[in-house]
Design a protein around this ligand. Structure first.
Ligand SMILES: C[S@@+](CC[C@H](N)C(=O)[O-])C[C@H]1O[C@@H](n2cnc3c(N)ncnc32)[C@H](O)[C@@H]1O
Length: 307
């Protein structure tokens, strides 16, 4: 299947990344290089783009798309390990980083990847196909309490307890192997139209399989530490759990004086690593939302490192 993914909020990202032609930029989630193909256009031959993805199929697609550019380096790995990736390339500082979190349209639409309840396939959901843990393992080996917690925490699913119970009951007779089998179990557990529950439960399992929220805060802190003064980090999120982590980490890194208002000078010693550029998250235009429904839930937040 061809690698298809429409980059979200592309021009806003380019505007807010504020690209310097000779700078070093990191696309921590390069996917099909939709954003990267615009970043690289804005770089001179002295500039450098580093594209990271944990999915080898995405890296191959981006390499093909950017074949005409020699100033791009590709890294197979997690953006959470940015520090060590840059270290192994002999780089200590960068001028900007983009994180477009979550999965690509290609990953969702490709049936063999097992991300979608709309396509029947083996329950997989790994972004990195060499990882051991799959969705099948989660569904068939986690305890009822663990499943309930995941559905509640990562999916904000109100029928979490019933769905977890039905899964555990069903797997007593036969292991749950496919996306359609899981969808049938969810359907049997909810009292209403099951589509929203399918979405929430599949999202929750995907987050668990890929450890999507575990190190996000530290990854943001590491990225900002490695930015040059004036450099920016742009992060696109697709659900409230990720967005909350980004928002709170930015607020914490911006810092705030906690001295009483009538103190003549600051004595609390707060540290600020920079400033939040987007007081409110940016969202896709109406036009983009209409053309690309996946952009509807996107939120873009930007932070600038102190000069
Ligand atoms: C939304 S897509 C990015 C699409 C890309 N911006 C484009 O325009 O083509 C997210 C990509 O990031 C990758 N990804 C998600 N989490 C990652 C992580 N923690 N480390 C590295 N890659 C990750 C996924 O495999 C996927 O290819």
């Amino acid at each position: 299947m061809e690698f298809k993914h429409e980059p979200i909020m592309l021009m806003q990202c380019m505007e807010y990344l504020n690209i310097k032609p000779d700078g070093i930029y990191v696309d921590g989630t390069i996917g099909g290089a939709g954003h990267s193909s615009e970043i690289v256009k804005r770089l001179s031959e002295k500039g450098l783009l580093i594209g990271i993805d944990r999915d080898k199929e995405a890296l191959a697609a981006s390499q093909k798309r950017l074949a005409n550019y020699s100033n791009v380096k590709y890294v197979w790995g997690r953006h959470e390990d940015l520090k060590s990736h840059l270290e192994s390339l002999g780089i200590s500082k960068m001028d900007g980083v983009l994180l477009d979190l979550g999965v690509s349209s290609y990953q969702i639409d490709e049936p063999s990847r097992g991300f979608s309840y709309t396509k029947n396939s083996s329950l997989d959901m790994r972004m990195n196909k060499e990882q051991v843990l799959t969705a099948k393992d989660v569904v068939n080996s986690y305890s009822v309490e663990e499943l309930e917690r995941i559905f509640k925490e990562y999916g904000e699913e109100k029928f979490s307890k019933r769905i977890a119970g039905k899964i555990v009951e069903s797997r007593k007779t036969k292991a749950i192997e496919t996306t359609y089998e899981l969808a049938d179990i969810i359907r049997s557990a909810v009292y209403q139209n099951p589509i929203d529950s399918f979405k929430r439960v599949f999202q929750a399992i995907r987050i668990e399989v890929n450890g999507e929220l575990k190190e996000l805060e530290q990854a943001i802190r590491d990225s900002i530490e490695m930015l040059n003064g004036g450099g920016r980090i742009c992060i696109i999120t697709f659900h409230s759990l990720e967005d909350r982590i980004v928002k709170n980490t930015f607020v914490d890194l911006e810092g705030r004086c906690t001295c009483p208002k009538d103190f003549p000078k600051c004595v609390c010693g707060y540290k600020s690593y920079g400033k939040i550029i987007t007081k409110k998250p940016l969202v896709a235009s109406e036009d983009e939302q209409e053309k690309n429904p996946r952009s509807k839930s996107a939120k873009l937040r930007v932070f600038e490192k102190r000069g």
